[in-house]
Design a protein around this ligand. Structure first.
Ligand SMILES: [Zn+2]
Ligand SMILES: [Zn+2]
Length: 196
């Protein structure tokens, strides 16, 4: 269940609205849209977000500023990602920081209810939907993907697996000597250079 809390106690009444959408990070911004440029809200995020079919728990802050065109969102959230070390294949959990700044523009005018087009040259901007919900799921997914390393390591100097026996080189059970490993690497090099 979503548990997004507002920092300002006077705005607690919105808390219920955020449950809408099945626990994804959505905000009803109709009242912020009705305010003047410069009005600001801050939301504490403590929520599960679906990324690549998996739920990830994120905690952090989303700050929303009313702009002439819409709402500028600054998000900074932290989560973690279970994967395996790309060298030794040991299961690891790595911290992920999702930080982004994006301006959302409305789909309908909050006062008249009429449709509005995005400003000139901003056709690709994130949209606040026709019910005035601002959904952070898409940028969270996008920035999450950028924050997760391509080749995660259990530690920077992980020695990986032995090419001779397949054991972890730094592990207590590993018995091969450096000479054996060097011989195997030399053979490998010979093979690849012959192919090339
Ligand atoms: Zn490792
Ligand atoms: Zn070995």
């Amino acid at each position: 269940m979503a548990s997004i809390r507002l920092i300002l106690p006077s705005q607690r009444r919105y808390a219920e609205v955020f449950q809408y959408g099945g626990g994804i990070v959505q905000f009803n911004v109709s009242s912020l849209l009705q305010q003047h440029t410069g009005a600001m809200r801050e939301y504490v995020i403590d929520d599960d977000v679906r990324i690549d079919g998996e739920r990830h728990h994120l905690t952090g802050l989303a700050r929303m500023d009313r702009t002439p065109d819409g709402i500028f969102v600054r998000g900074e959230m932290r989560g973690s990602f279970k994967t395996e070390c790309s060298r030794c294949l040991r299961p690891i959990e790595i911290p992920v920081v999702v930080a982004f700044e994006e301006e959302y523009v409305p789909t309908v005018d909050v006062v008249t209810g009429g449709r509005v087009d995005p400003p000139e040259g901003r056709e690709e901007a994130y949209r606040i939907n026709e019910r005035h919900f601002l959904d952070l799921e898409e940028p969270v997914q996008q920035y999450w993907a950028m924050a997760v390393p391509m080749a995660p390591l259990c530690r920077q100097d992980c020695a990986g697996l032995c090419p001779v026996c397949g054991q972890e080189i730094a592990g207590a059970a590993h018995r091969c000597t450096d000479d054996e490993i060097d011989v195997r690497w030399a053979k490998l090099r010979e093979l690849t250079s012959r192919r090339g």
